[in-house]
Design a protein around this ligand. Structure first.
Ligand code: NAP
Length: 471
């Protein structure tokens, strides 16, 4: 595919190969953008922002609504594209398309609701005879930098709100999975979006990222990806608005009154989806000592039932990791934990890019499968003697994106909700659950700023205060 810059589809002499992670075949190529393309992209986006500022909310609603409908109509085709470039199962690819449809639909609705407020200035000393109100205006040019793991929906979570708010957007998709983002650009243009309002630059983040992040014409950066790249972007960005959606090593706490069958079901569902390559994937399970052994026994058959293989085959429940290097990393971290005294319950083998669904018990908090973001299909189990100890263990992490607790006791559930440092807290389900309308984002080094169209729009607009004197 070509990339879309300053209102036209552009090719380049050099290309990035997009490979199917399951069999390593090249499925397509995209141009390798360089610094001249960044300059063209930003100049085009400035023009796009000037145009978008004047497009009324109802028109923005109609464009996004049409784009959502087109996504819905192309569900099978887009689902297959996601599965082929990213490696998730076809069913998961089609489900991602349905979420992308919803994200654009929500964004469309929000385009009609961008509003300010009247300020009670007569409540201030000297405020009598004045009328104050706020106006919410677009930021201008928004740069959206996205990761590989949800190549359509996470792009929609940035592009949808940015356009709903009347901005122009420059998307820099992950080099492993740029095709879904380019397909979204085609759809937005077909839906009637002014051509310079959307740009999609394909190229290595390491080469073009700094030029995008530093440029003062960019007024807002919305980034989803790793903690390391996020920190780098924050340093380069300087004085501009930034949203950071970063990684995690999400925990589940299991109390003695929990339904262990339900815990096992939830752990299998939320720890291994997309081969564990979900930012809120269950990585750590901390169970109270009394039920620890029974939980390991309940979990094992559920994890062993996850069939792995070709993601396009219906029987497959888990596909490959995006790159072989990542599967090797998971293998190294699991082997390292087992050598240091942890117990391999099931899995532990690698087949190229596929790493078997794996459970490791008796894990120590200092082991890398516990204290760093694994982003792979393995879950680390450990025990605690009290809820306080379990909460301390859950919080013993630089991250704080999502967490779960299983209990029937409301007091324990509320203690968990108050004391666990996490942006999302689930009672009686695993951390890997999200509705696209909810405010979503992390605490600590999992980032700052919220997504969910309503909340993202607040971060992609500026608030002006207007005061009428002598009225
Ligand atoms: P990544 O390596 O950080 O890459 C993310 C994006 O940043 C890619 O588009 C990448 O481009 C770009 N990039 C790389 N270096 C850059 C630079 N110097 N300046 C600007 N951009 C640069 O992350 P990933 O491997 O794709 O995704 C996995 C990570 O994303 C995990 O840590 C996961 O937890 C996180 N994540 C978080 C959320 C959330 O909502 N909190 C959701 C999904 C994923 P290239 O591909 O060209 O290198």
């Amino acid at each position: 595919m070509k990339m879309f810059v300053a209102g036209r589809w552009v090719d380049k002499p050099n290309h990035i190969e997009v490979r199917n992670p399951y069999d390593d075949t090249v499925i397509d190529t995209v141009p390798t953008a360089d610094l001249d393309d960044v300059e063209r992209a930003l100049a085009g986006a400035v023009e796009g922002a000037r145009i978008m500022r004047k497009v009324p909310g109802y028109e923005r609603y109609k464009i996004l609504r049409r784009a959502a409908d087109l996504i819905g109509q192309r569900s099978e085709k887009l689902g297959r594209l996601i599965s082929t470039e990213e490696g998730k199962t076809l069913a998961a690819g089609v489900f991602e398309v349905s979420r992308a449809h919803e994200t654009l639909e929500l964004s469309a609705e929000e385009a009609k609701r961008i509003t300010g407020e009247v300020l009670p200035l007569d409540g201030a000393p000297g405020g009598t005879g004045k009328l104050g109100f706020t106006l919410r205006v677009p930021c201008g040019v928004v740069v959206a930098i996205t990761p590989f793991n949800f190549p359509l929906n996470l792009v929609c979570h940035k592009v949808g709100p940015a356009l709903a708010a009347g901005n122009a957007v420059v998307v820099k998709p992950a080099s492993d999975t740029p095709l879904s983002a380019l397909a979204l650009v085609e759809i937005l243009l077909e839906a009637g979006l002014p051509a310079t309002a959307i740009t999609c630059l394909t190229g290595s983040g390491g080469t073009i990222g700094d030029a995008l992040s530093r440029d003062p014409r960019v007024r807002k950066i919305s980034f989803t990806g790793s903690r390391e790249v996020g920190e780098h972007i924050c340093k380069a960005a300087g004085l501009k608005r930034v949203t950071m959606e970063l990684g995690s090593n999400s925990p589940i706490i299991v109390m003695p009154d929990a339904d262990l069958n339900k815990v096992a079901e939830a752990t299998a569902a939320t720890g291994f989806a997309n081969a564990g390559q979900v930012c809120i994937s269950t990585q750590r399970v901390i169970a109270l000592e009394k039920i620890y052994g029974d939980l390991v026994d309940a979990l094992r058959p559920k994890v062993e039932a996850i069939t792995f293989g070709n993601p396009l085959e219906e029987k497959t429940k888990m596909g490959p990791m995006v790159r072989e290097a990542d599967a090797r990393r998971v293998e190294t971290w699991v082997d390292e934990a087992v050598s240091a005294g942890a117990r391999l319950v099931t899995g532990g083998n690698r087949h190229g890019t596929i790493y078997e669904p794996t459970l490791v018990a008796d894990v120590d908090s200092g082991m890398r499968i516990s204290c760093q973001e694994l982003f792979g299909p393995a879950v680390a189990l450990s025990s605690a003697t009290t809820i306080e100890e379990a909460i301390r263990a859950a919080n013993d992490s630089p991250y704080g994106l999502s967490a779960g607790i299983f209990t029937e006791n409301i007091a324990w559930a509320m203690q968990f909700a108050r004391e666990v440092d996490s942006g999302n807290l689930h009672v009686n389900w695993g951390p890997q659950w999200r509705a696209d309308l909810m405010p979503y984002g992390g605490l600590k080094e999992s980032g700052f700023g919220k997504e969910g169209p309503k909340y993202a729009i607040a971060e992609m607009t500026e608030l002006k205060t207007v005061i009428l004197h002598g009225v």
